[in-house]
Design a protein around this ligand. Sequence first.
Ligand SMILES: [Cu+2]
Length: 147
Amino acid sequence: MRALAALLLMAAAPAFAQVVIDKPWARATAPGVKVAAGYMVVRNKATVADRLTSASSPAAARVETHVHIHEAGVMKMREVPGYDIPAGGAFELKPGGAHLMFMDIRRPFIEGEKVPVKLTFEKAGEVNAEFDVGRISGGAPATHHKH
Ligand SMILES: [Cu+2]
């Protein structure tokens, strides 16, 4: 029985990689704008560090991982090769900081809609998340818990 239980557990989730996506949301876009930003908290429940290496979405031609940097008093965005998620810790993507950049979006992001995103982690593998489209400016939308 013990062996069977262990097998079932292994089938349900990789033993050493467990990543949870908290509060994924994206900004609504103005008509004609071809890029959108997405935010979330990535929680790593595993005892080993992980790394978000890429993201993709059917809503955009591609999804890049960006950070904001201050350069000579000007805030700029820069693409980075991914984000490190510490073991047992979290990495937060938020306005003014790290964000997913939806490039060449197929149509405007409209508040209240959802955008599916596939995140690829070095160890956890592929993790799917539904990004709530929030307001065009300001902070994160109110979270609605659904179980
Ligand atoms: Cu950006």
